[in-house]
Write a protein that binds this ligand. Structure first.
Ligand code: SAM
Ligand code: SF4
Length: 335
């Protein structure tokens, strides 16, 4: 199998990151991600097995993928997830193995995840107010998230990032408390502009809080923030990072709505049911599960990955006028 050229698309973007949704299930029901009920989840037999995920990752790494992020749904609800981490951590050429989690189930497994070889953790936390957390996630589990963050720190994870969704009319009062919490705990917080991806009923419709507004609120409290020049490892990172002038710490803002970062996109996504997608918004996918479950050689899988990269549109799955509704829910595609 050729390994020399890397996964470069028609616009010269080199694809080095793979996001894997290990399950579409979740123990939360965040208003911005899922409809309340009923949510129809995949039967277990439709999910890729750990062996299938491992085989796919090995092929992708040979083609040039060097970063893998496990996500979902909630990755920690997938039984045996620590074993999957241990399997992937052994893949030669995989430089970075990360996970995005809501943190509610993290405390009991943080140490084992670290020991298994997980490098980095992003933990989603939108508010420090228990009641608000409950209304945003439809579950009363804030204390468990805080315990998860502490356990991850004690387990020795460095550079834990917190992700907070930025929703107009909801997030504004949380910006300063979350920032102070992150600074005191030595964590990097990133606000992510809400993307209207789920087809919510109009009475539940949400609006993003734009990056400029987040920055204004931060600066009105902390004084002027210093933009950080993108470093080597930030080449593809979509966050705009700022340093505080009045002490340690930095803060990130991810602006998919007000300043899309498609020009720097280096991501591929594998859905929980084994479909390869070249963009969050693309409605085309490549059926990897079928290949994995046939007798075909690894080269067939490699060819499918190359095809997916070559077919990638410049931006937003080819939609230029407006942000499309996601072809599959975020918890299935993998956030
Ligand atoms: N369950 C895990 C979690 O919440 O961290 C991982 C999956 S979740 C889909 C991954 C990330 O996507 C979370 O940080 C979540 O806040 C973000 N997300 C979900 N819906 C979103 C939306 N509509 N716009 C922007 N980000 C969203
Ligand atoms: Fe679950 Fe994460 Fe979606 Fe919230 S954002 S419902 S925690 S998958």
């Amino acid at each position: 199998m050729s390994t020399s050229t890397g996964l470069i698309d028609r616009w010269g973007r080199r694809h080095t990151e793979l996001r894997i949704s290990v399950t579409d299930r979740c123990n939360l029901r965040c208003t911005y991600c899922m409809r309340a009920l009923p949510v129809k989840f995949l039967p277990h037999s439709e999910l890729l097995t750990f062996e299938e995920i491992l085989r796919f990752v090995k092929v992708a790494v040979q083609l040039g993928v060097s970063h893998v992020r496990l996500t979902g749904g909630e990755p920690l609800v997938r039984r045996g997830i620590v074993d999957l981490v241990a399997m992937l951590a052994q893949v030669r050429g995989l430089d970075d193995l990360a996970m995005t989690t809501n943190g509610t189930l993290l405390a009991p497994v943080a140490g084992r995840l670290k020991a298994a070889g997980l490098h980095r953790l992003n933990i989603s936390l939108d508010t420090l107010e228990p009641q608000k957390y409950c209304s945003l996630s439809r579950r009363d589990l804030l204390a468990q998230v805080i315990a998860g963050i502490r356990a991850a720190q004690e387990a020795g994870f460095e550079k834990i990032k917190l992700n907070a969704l930025a929703i107009r009319g909801q997030t504004e009062p949380d910006i300063i408390p979350l920032t102070e919490f992150a600074r005191e705990a030595g964590l990097e917080l990133r606000f992510i502009e809400y993307m209207p991806l789920v087809d919510l009923p109009s009475e539940e419709a949400l609006q993003p809080l734009p990056a400029a507004e987040i920055l204004r609120i931060l600066e009105s409290h902390f004084g002027e923030l210093e933009p950080e020049a993108p470093g080597h490892d930030q080449e593809h990172a979509p966050a705009r990072v700022f340093r505080f002038r009045n002490g340690p710490g930095q803060i990130g803002i991810i602006p998919p709505m007000s300043d899309p970062f498609c020009d720097r996109c280096n991501r591929l996504r594998l859905t929980a049911d084994g479909a390869l997608r070249n963009c969050l918004f693309s409605n085309v996918s490549w059926d990897i599960k079928k290949l994995l479950r046939s007798e075909g050689p690894d080269e067939r899988i490699a060819e499918e990955i190359r095809q997916a990269v070559l077919a990638k549109s410049w931006a937003r799955g080819g939609e230029t006028e407006k942000l499309p509704i996601l072809p599959a829910p975020m918890h299935k595609v993998g956030g």
